[in-house]
Design a protein around this ligand. Structure first.
Ligand SMILES: [Zn+2]
Ligand SMILES: [Zn+2]
Ligand SMILES: [Zn+2]
Length: 301
C-alpha cells in the first residue's frame, strides 16, 4: 500500500498503476481529476470516510471482501480485450466490467437544464451521454437496470426547470383566489360570503332574505376559485408549467417526458471485452432528440 497526498496524484513520476485507490475525503481529493487520469479510468476508488460513501465517481466504501474483489478485478483486467483501446466507448465498457457493483447511473445536477447527468459518461465518454446511451443500448453493449426518475421537459427548449402554476381556465390569469361562495335559494344569487355578512347574520344582498339554515335557505356551490382578472368562477384551475430557462408557458399535455435509468453491461459489451466475436451491430438511425426511444427503454420524448 502506498500513501499519496493530493499533490502526488497529479505527479506522473509518483504515479503508478494501483489495484485500487482509497480516498480519505472526496471533498479534498478531486475524484473527477483522478478518474480522468489514463491510468485510473477503471481503477476501483473506495472511500474511507463514514459520511461520504456514495460519491458518484467512487465505488462506495471499502468492501469487506476487498482481496476477493480485487483478485476478480485484476483477472478481468488481464483478459480485457479492449484494454489498449482508448476510445470512450471502450473505456466505459472496461470501467463497467471492472467491478460487479458498477452501473451507469444518473445523479441530480441542478446546474444542467435536464437536471440529471451521468457522471461516469461525463468523465469517460466523448459523446453526449444520452446519444451514447441510446446507441449502446440498441447494440446491447449496455442494458437498462432500473428506472431512477422521470422528468417533464419544456416543449420549446427541453429544460426540466419548470414552475407549475395554477391559472384561470378562462383567461389564463395568474391572479386567482379561493373563495367561500354562498348561493341564495330565494333569488338564486351567488356571491362571496363576505357580501352576505351583515353584523353576525347572513343576509342576501340582492333579495334581503335572512339565510339561517344551510340546505334550506342557502348552500355553498362547489365552485371555489375566482379569477380576479375576468371574474369567472371555477372548480379546477388549469395547471401550466412555466419554463424557467426560456419562459415558455407549457400546457401539461405539451410537455415532453424523459425517463432516466441506470444501466449495466450488456451481452454484446461483455463479448467485446472478452475478445469474442464482434456482435452484430444494428446501426439504427439516431432518433431526433425530441423522440428518442428504443426497445430497451431509454427514452427521451
Ligand atoms: Zn424552455
Ligand atoms: Zn380569468
Ligand atoms: Zn337572494
Amino acid at each position: 500500500m502506498t500513501t499519496l497526498d493530493a499533490c502526488d496524484l497529479n505527479d506522473p513520476v509518483s504515479r503508478q498503476a494501483f489495484d485500487a485507490i482509497v480516498v480519505d475525503d472526496p471533498r479534498v481529493t478531486d475524484l473527477a481529476l483522478l478518474r480522468s487520469a489514463p491510468d485510473d479510468q477503471t481503477t476501483p476508488i473506495f472511500l474511507n470516510s463514514q459520511d461520504t460513501k456514495d460519491h458518484p465517481l467512487a465505488d462506495g466504501g471499502l468492501p469487506d471482501d476487498l482481496a476477493t474483489v480485487l483478485t476478480k478485478a485484476r483477472a478481468r483486467q488481464d483478459k480485457n480485450a479492449l484494454l489498449q483501446d482508448q476510445s470512450s466507448e471502450a473505456v466505459v465498457l472496461s470501467w463497467l466490467w471492472h467491478l460487479d457493483t458498477r452501473m451507469i447511473a444518473p445523479v441530480i445536477d441542478l446546474s444542467r437544464p435536464e437536471i440529471y447527468r451521468y457522471p461516469v459518461l461525463d468523465m469517460l465518454g466523448g459523446e453526449a451521454a444520452n446519444t451514447w446511451l441510446v446507441r449502446a443500448c440498441q447494440r446491447e453493449l449496455t442494458i437498462p437496470i432500473s428506472v431512477i426518475d422521470r422528468t417533464r421537459n419544456c416543449a420549446t427548449c427541453a429544460s426540466a426547470h419548470l414552475n407549475y402554476v395554477d391559472r384561470c381556465p378562462y383567461c389564463d390569469a395568474l391572479d386567482i383566489k379561493r373563495e367561500q361562495a354562498i348561493h341564495c335559494f330565494t333569488c338564486g344569487f351567488v356571491g362571496e360570503q363576505g357580501v352576505f355578512r351583515r353584523a353576525e347574520r347572513l343576509i342576501c344582498p340582492k333579495c334581503d332574505t335572512a339565510l339561517k339554515h344551510i340546505g334550506t335557505d342557502y348552500d355553498r356551490p362547489i365552485e371555489r376559485m375566482r379569477c380576479c382578472g375576468c371574474g369567472e368562477r371555477f372548480n379546477d384551475p388549469r395547471i401550466k408549467a412555466t419554463c424557467l430557462e426560456c419562459g415558455t408557458i407549457n400546457a401539461q399535455a405539451d410537455l415532453q417526458t424523459h425517463t432516466f435509468r441506470s444501466y449495466g453491461l450488456g451481452p454484446a459489451g461483455e463479448a467485446l471485452l472478452k475478445g469474442g466475436a464482434a456482435p452484430k451491430i444494428k446501426y439504427a438511425p439516431l432518433a431526433k432528440p425530441s423522440d428518442q426511444s428504443n426497445s430497451c427503454g431509454h427514452s427521451v420524448g
